[in-house]
Write a protein that binds this ligand. Structure first.
Ligand code: PLP
Length: 426
């Protein structure tokens, strides 16, 4: 068989067209600036640089050292972190490294259950199983959509976990990190905070600050509310620096992705300058979308506490056919969301909810008035059962004015990135 490349290139082109014309509301995604996209295609993507800045196992790394040193320095400044590692290639990779560093075989660990918002990598199906960890899930208050603080403290004291993992994938409100610190100290537990979903909000000072609240380590992917390239970052205190460093290299990463480090350094610079405005607009947009959907008749969770303090909103859509059916209906109108388990769900294959995240639409410049329009488009599909093709045309029309990443240096009056010639060696 002759393998052709046209079909693949064509599928990528169609994918671009789909996203050009759609409303992406998946809470775990974002887009990078054009500057970062260019760097992701640079020669850095071909290279190896095992080791650390200034002491590599390979020659040819002098500019790579410069780039990685800057990424680390910017991250230290932006997150006020004592120590930073930019090598993990994904959020799960970062979690693997942290558990490798801070647990022994058979230890006990506390985390959120998946239906309460935990990520699969916090569960028995994934990373904890690699260390044969005994999992204790956080007591969760479904009405408040948060961890029950007094019960959590009791469980920490009675079960004496070695590691307490905060953070999650359905993440509406800040987790009780400072409330856990005293009990964690009493039983000698380390506190880890998986900031994958909220890193961009933390960078913009619009969410809790886990390092100041008592976390020993922040592990995070870099491509959800933080609008960087796919990858991850670790922020930690000096007393565990060596353990974390060894667990990353040579523990769980050999060559890190150098093009992603360059992209990360630029995104960190973007967030230093524009992060606060971007993060504040993101949370404001989530609140407007939630309020409008609630007023239109949706069962948006946590109305009594303003629906959300993050980029996400969660809706119980059982009366509209359940999460899977609603997500598929919306996709037919180019509104891209995901079905999601909610705390009440017993059957993991039948989520009663949907999760919406507004960070990407915020990144491309949308504000409250667009959120109102989007709420009306969603309502017409799910509740009014309008013609999806008509709604799709309106989605496309709305997207026309919002095609570029904002809150970055791409703009013509700001910073001109010298064009890299992306062929051969430059
Ligand atoms: C809380 C949390 N941690 C980790 C991850 C995994 O990140 P990655 O896909 O970069 O491995 C996710 C992904 O959505 C997540 O939500």
């Amino acid at each position: 068989m002759q393998a052709g490349i046209e079909d693949i290139v064509d599928a990528v082109r169609k994918h671009h067209e789909l996203y050009r014309d759609a409303l992406p509301l998946i809470a775990s995604e974002n887009i990078t600036s054009n500057t970062v996209r260019t760097l992701l295609a640079s020669d850095l993507s071909h290279r190896y640089a095992e080791g650390d800045v200034g002491s590599r196992f390979y020659q040819g790394c002098k500019y790579i050292d410069e780039i990685e040193e800057k990424a680390i320095r910017y991250a230290k400044e932006l997150f006020d972190a004592e120590h930073v590692n930019v090598k993990p290639v994904s959020g799960v990779n970062a979690n693997i490294a942290v558990l490798f560093a801070l647990t022994s075989l058979g230890d006990r660990m506390m985390a959120l259950s998946i239906s309460d918002g935990g990520h699969i990598s916090h569960s028995k199906y994934s990373v904890p199983a690699m260390r044969n960890l005994e999992l204790e899930t956080f007591p969760f208050d479904a009405k408040e959509m948060n961890i029950d603080v007094s019960k959590m403290v009791e469980v920490i004291k009675s079960k004496k976990p070695a590691l307490i993992l905060f953070g999650g994938s359905l993440f509406l409100f800040p987790h009780p990190v400072s409330e856990a610190r005293e009990a964690a100290d009493e039983v000698g537990a380390k506190i880890v905070y998986d900031a994958s979903h909220v890193l961009g909000l933390i960078a913009g000072n619009q969410f809790q600050d886990p390092l100041r609240e008592g976390a020993d380590v922040v592990a995070s992917s870099t491509h959800k509310t933080f609008p960087g390239p796919q990858g991850a970052i670790l922020l930690c205190k000096m007393d565990i620096k060596d353990k974390i460093e060894r667990a990353v290299f040579p523990g769980t990463v050999s060559n890190h992705h150098l093009h992603h480090v360059a992209g990360l350094a630029v995104t960190l610079a973007e967030m230093m300058q524009f992060g606060e405005a971007y993060a504040a607009q993101t949370v404001a947009n989530a609140k407007v979308l939630a309020q409008c959907l609630y007023e239109a008749g949706f069962d948006v969770l946590c109305e009594h506490k303003g629906f959300t303090k993050s980029h996400q909103i969660a809706i119980n859509v059982l009366k509209d056919g359940g999460g899977a059916a609603v997500a598929e209906q919306l996709e037919r109108a180019n509104i891209i969301i995901n079905k999601n388990l909610l705390p009440s769900d017993k059957d993991p294959d039948k989520p009663s909810g949907i999760r919406l995240g507004v960070q990407e639409l915020t990144r491309i410049g949308m504000k409250g008035s667009e959120m109102k329009e989007i709420a009306s488009l969603i309502t017409r599909v799910v509740i009014a059962k309008a013609d999806v093709n008509k709604v799709k045309d309106e989605v496309k029309a709305l997207r026309k004015g919002f095609q570029d990443a904002m809150y970055c240096f791409d703009g013509k009056d700001a910073y001109k990135f010298p064009e890299l010639k992306l062929s051969g060696y430059l």
